[in-house]
Design a protein around this ligand. Structure first.
Ligand code: ADP
Ligand code: MG
Length: 730
């Protein structure tokens, strides 16, 4: 009787175990049982062949329509070509070798159904259309069965189809899983009994049976439901424990101080806070007043006014005698934050200077490209405590950066930083933890917030400040060339009115090691490469002759980048030709228009982010999405969606639907994503929410899972997996 942690070689023998370990990284009975079929087929049903993508390892069920041998003039002398169909499309299988030495000829006559596995490629004859093929596929004939009464049952039988893998025989997994299931003794169920009862879940053994050898679709459904819950629940228990542990840590309380810098700042703010900013501000102020560290995620669409919220939190901490660090993902952003914070604070940031307020503090900037002298001065101010606010890039994370009393870490644009980096900053506080506020402008769908960011509390700035002008977005499509001509005219008109324009390209171009922020088209490999700045520049110089044109991209020296940004911000440039380096946070209220070239090469959320750079003042914004994509294509649907709404949450849901899970979870979450097999963030919000509630309650009642040893073991396995994933990344 095999338990889940039994090594596979004991059950399957060394040879098979080795193959499974090498090909699929499966080592224990549990590993194998969690290697679920990718899909299921009826015998009576064929796999849609049109959905297969080049390069994909697939297993398909199809019917042979044609068998043809051809003698070749070159080695190996003979090819057997078998055409299979799903009823509409066709796929060609080719077997190379010497004539007569083949079983395929005998096994695969027209009318035969079979499973075929291999890597999809496109064969392009010198003339004619490319044809999908599987070269030297593995196959397994699905036996026909005569007899009337057996026929229906035969057609209904469910055949699991496992992801095919190079070097693995088509039947290996199915057979191995069968052997393992026959002798399985899963032990006590790790799920708490009340949970099982409440949801009417089936037992674990039954669930493994149901997912690997379902006798009916109902059985499969029950199995999936149970196993999906397990994934969601174990993950949520891990997160609940993490939240609990974090909440139990000591931190210095920084309650509001009357008549301090924060009050001074509020008094000099040129606008009223939105009700959202006030409400989130109250939540944060409350957190900061506690003796345990805040861990809060602040979401707000581009332009929602997160910086003010963060700055007010920082001032509360400075009022409480502490320091705040603001971590920005790029030099451009760090510089900009530094400028706008010192600007907003005015005399409140001029401690020790002429005209500085009595209780003033100091704001300093730390970036990687600073000269040694400036750097030394900054480090000194941070370490002595003279600087209340330290703004910087990841240079802030380095070991030699010391703070006198770091009370708050603000991380801007979370998605560029991993959990590990957040931890690096936290460790700069001796004998306690700083409060942490994470800000993101990429609206995060609830399910993602509850998993990836599940160890954080969440606040949302749902509305933009009043008086913010509209951004109108239009697609400039290939079938309307006049629109493109009009686009250049519009740029000149904007500049003529003293306004400024961004033009964004997906690449720098004419350069090695390009900024690879762009979604590669997966459907058609033959497309030209996306437009680069350097290719467009000469054309623009002609088209926009007379306008002052600046260029900004990631390969420029940081000083140069900052100089260009400064000139643009100061209105000394009419047009800024840039890559996505301007994506996050850049704030130039006089910029009113943006033209995005090859817009279909960007993701939905990315377009939304980019577009957020215009319409930031009271002037209405215009965004033009230039594309070559044909009408009615997927790419055009995406662009139309972006043009149709400025609701970032709506667009992020759309984006999520179009991406694969791994992309959503991001690189630093790789370990975690590998533990999500059935659960999808797109469709399982209910499961995730319920699991979160129940996991939180369970951890409250039994923090160390002393009463739930099975669950504790599952959790240990999950964390192990996560750690492995993390280690592989670093
Ligand atoms: P984001 O959330 O994208 O970081 P910012 O904090 O950069 O947004 O704010 C965008 C702009 O809106 C800034 O110029 C900021 O000064 C301004 N702003 C912030 N809050 C308000 C408000 N309540 N009323 C008017 N303008 C505001
Ligand atoms: Mg911002």
């Amino acid at each position: 009787m095999a338990k889940l942690d039994e090594p596979l070689h004991k059950v399957l023998g060394d040879r098979t175990a080795k193959v499974l370990a090498k090909g699929l990284d499966l080592h224990t009975v549990g590993d194998l049982l969690h290697h679920y079929p990718r899909r299921y087929a009826h015998r009576g049903e064929l796999t849609p062949l049109s959905e297969l993508a080049d390069g994909e390892h697939v297993t398909v069920m199809a019917e042979v329509v044609k068998v043809q041998g051809r003698t070749l003039s070159r080695s190996p002398g003979y090819v057997l070509e078998i055409t299979v169909t799903d009823g509409t499309g066709e796929l060609k299988l080719s077997f190379f070798g010497r004539k007569g030495s083949y079983r395929p000829e005998k096994d695969l006559s027209p009318g035969t159904r079979g499973l075929f596995a291999g890597k999809i490629s496109t064969y392009r004859p010198r003339s004619g259309r490319g044809q999908r093929q599987l070269a030297h596929p593995q196959y397994k004939v699905v036996p026909d069965r005569a007899g009337q009464e057996a026929a229906q049952e035969w057609a209904d039988e469910i055949i699991p189809i496992y992801p095919s893998t190079k070097g693995l025989d088509i039947e290996t997994i199915g057979k191995s899983v069968g052997l393992v299931l026959d002798g399985l003794e899963p032990g006590a169920d790790p799920m708490p009994e009340p949970t099982l009862r409440r949801h009417g879940f089936i037992g674990l053994r039954e669930a493994y049976e149901g997912i690997h050898r379902p006798a009916s679709w109902e059985e499969l459904g029950r199995a999936r439901k149970r196993l999906k819950w397990d994934e969601a629940f174990v993950l949520q228990v891990a997160l609940a424990q993490r939240r609990r542990a974090a909440a139990a840590l000591p931190a210095k309380a920084r309650p509001l101080v009357e008549g301090g810098l924060l009050d001074g700042f509020d008094a000099r703010l040129p606008f009223d806070l939105t009700s959202g900013q006030r409400e989130v501000g109250r939540e944060i102020a409350g957190d900061l007043a506690l003796e345990h560290p805040m861990h809060r995620l602040l979401q707000g669409d581009v332009g929602a006014g997160k910086t003010v919220v963060a700055l007010r939190a920082m001032l509360q901490v400075v009022d409480g005698g502490g320091q705040a660090a603001l971590l920005a993902p790029t030099e451009v952003l760090a510089q900009q934050h530094y400028r706008s914070i010192t600007g907003m604070l005015g005399e409140l940031a001029q401690a020790g200077q002429l005209g500085g307020a009595d209780n003033a503090t100091r704001v300093v900037l730390l970036t990687g490209s600073q000269g040694a002298k400036a750097r030394k001065a900054t480090l000194l101010e941070a370490a002595s405590g003279a600087a209340g606010i330290v703004v910087g890039t990841h240079a802030l994370l380095e070991d030699h950066v010391q703070f006198a009393d770091l009370g708050l870490v603000v991380v801007d644009e979370q998605h560029r930083f991993g959990v590990e980096q957040r931890d690096a900053l936290r460790e700069k506080v001796a004998g306690g933890r700083p409060h942490v506020l994470v800000m993101t402008a990429t609206p995060i769908p609830r399910t993602v917030a509850m998993t990836v960011f599940g160890d954080l509390e969440t606040s949302v700035l749902g509305q933009l400040p009043a008086g913010r002008a509209e951004i109108s977005t239009h697609v400039v499509p290939p079938e309307k060339p006049a629109f493109l001509a009009r686009t250049w005219e519009r740029i000149k008109e904007e500049a003529g009115r003293g306004r400024q324009v961004y033009i964004v390209c997906p690449r720098i171009g004419e350069q090695e090691g390009d900024e690879g922020d762009v979604r590669e088209p997966s459907d058609d490999g033959d497309r030209r490469s996306p437009l680069g700045i350097m290719e467009l520049l000469p054309r623009l110089e002609e088209l926009l002759a007379g306008l002052r044109l600046g260029v900004l991209h990631g390969k420029l020296h940081p000083d140069e980048k900052d100089a260009v940004m400064r000139r643009f911000a100061a209105g000394e440039l009419d047009v800024l030709l840039a890559t996505t380096v301007i994506e996050v946070g850049v704030d130039v209220p006089n910029a009113t228009a943006m033209v995005i070239m090859d817009a279909d090469r960007f993701g939905v959320s990315q377009l939304h982010q980019l577009r957020g750079r215009v319409g930031r003042g009271t002037l209405p914004g215009l965004c033009l999405l230039v594309t070559d994509a044909e009408p009615a294509s997927k790419a055009r649907e995406r662009l139309d969606a972006v043009a149709s709404t400025t609701d970032g949450f709506k667009l992020s849901r759309l984006d999520l639907e179009q991406r694969r899970e791994g992309d959503v979870l991001g690189a630093s979450q790789a370990g975690r994503s590998s533990s999500l097999r059935l659960l999808t963030l797109q469709r399982d919000e209910d499961v995730i929410r319920q699991a979160r509630d129940e996991a939180t309650a369970l951890v409250e009642a039994d923090p160390d899972l002393a009463g739930h040893p099975g669950l504790a073991a599952e959790l240990a396995a999950l964390l192990d997996e996560e750690r492995t994933g993390f280690l592989e990344k670093t």
